[in-house]
Design a protein around this ligand. Structure first.
Ligand SMILES: [Zn+2]
Ligand SMILES: [Zn+2]
Length: 260
């Protein structure tokens, strides 16, 4: 008999809502989608960014968080006999504002805090490392992709050390729009160091299935997931749904993919 996969495929740990300003659908539509799929648990993981200077807001404001928390609690109660609904944050790292970020994290009693690193700070501006917009890619190329990648992993290491995060989201997404880029040896060492730290801290690793749509593989790649499994780091599957129909997306591919 095949071994059970090392991750719970009945739980989607990474779901957005229209409140983040770049997703669509009410929270309840995501719940309905999860129920239709037969999921037993979902975690809303909405975007928190603090002190980011960027022309397009892709995160919740204070008033959005109030709505998010209230509606999330209402839905958790309404559907309590059908599905476990958890509420959390996907916090974006900002090395220039760590204290302010920490203060934001404790404003609500979140069930889960996912750590991401989206915005790279350079000369007083922020560039989105996971965007495909030309101005981001051009600026990051100008700075130098190798150093951006090094800074990305150094940032994540610092974030896991200093923030109370429960899971690291899409760990190698810095490569999302650099398909021909490979990590060099020093990046690999940084990844290994990050995994050791996660193991020590009890931080889980997300298997972000949105990667299947972009590169036919989740984030992070096979090598990293294999090391995480070997080190005994807990895994969480997350669809990163930004549309209700994307809840649990590609979870059906994971058992076979994880067997390899
Ligand atoms: Zn998003
Ligand atoms: Zn993200």
């Amino acid at each position: 008999m095949a071994e059970p996969p090392p991750v719970n495929l009945k739980a989607d740990g990474h779901i957005h809502t229209r409140l983040c300003n770049h997703a669509r659908g009410e929270m309840e539509e995501y719940v309905e989608s999860a129920l239709a799929l037969g999921l037993q648990q979902i975690t809303f993981l909405e975007h928190l960014e603090v002190g980011i200077r960027y022309d397009h807001r892709t995160w919740l404001r204070d008033e959005d968080f109030a709505v998010y928390f209230r509606e999330g609690k209402r839905l958790a109660e309404k559907y309590r006999d059908q599905i476990l609904i958890k509420l959390g944050l996907e916090v974006g790292l900002n090395l220039q504002a760590m204290d302010a970020v920490s203060r934001q994290l404790i404003r609500y009693p979140w069930d889960s805090i996912g750590l991401s690193y989206h915005f790279y700070h350079h000369n007083g501006r922020h560039y989105n490392m996971v965007s495909r917009r030309h101005e981001n890619l051009a600026a990051l190329a100008e700075i130098g992709q190798d150093s951006v990648i090094s800074d990305y992993f150094a940032g994540l290491i610092h974030g896991v050390q200093s923030l109370p995060c429960s899971v690291v989201c899409h760990l190698d997404a810095v490569l999302r729009h650099l398909p021909h880029r490979r990590f060099n040896q020093s990046h690999q060492q940084q990844i290994d160091r990050l995994l050791v730290l996660m193991k020590e801290k009890g931080t889980a690793l997300e298997i972000n299935t949105s990667g299947f749509a972009i590169r036919n593989e989740p984030y992070p790649c096979k090598r990293i997931i294999r090391s995480a499994i070997e080190s005994g780091i807990p895994l969480v599957a997350g669809s990163d749904a930004h549309r209700p129909e994307d809840v649990g997306r590609f979870f059906d591919r994971l058992p076979q993919w994880l067997q390899q």
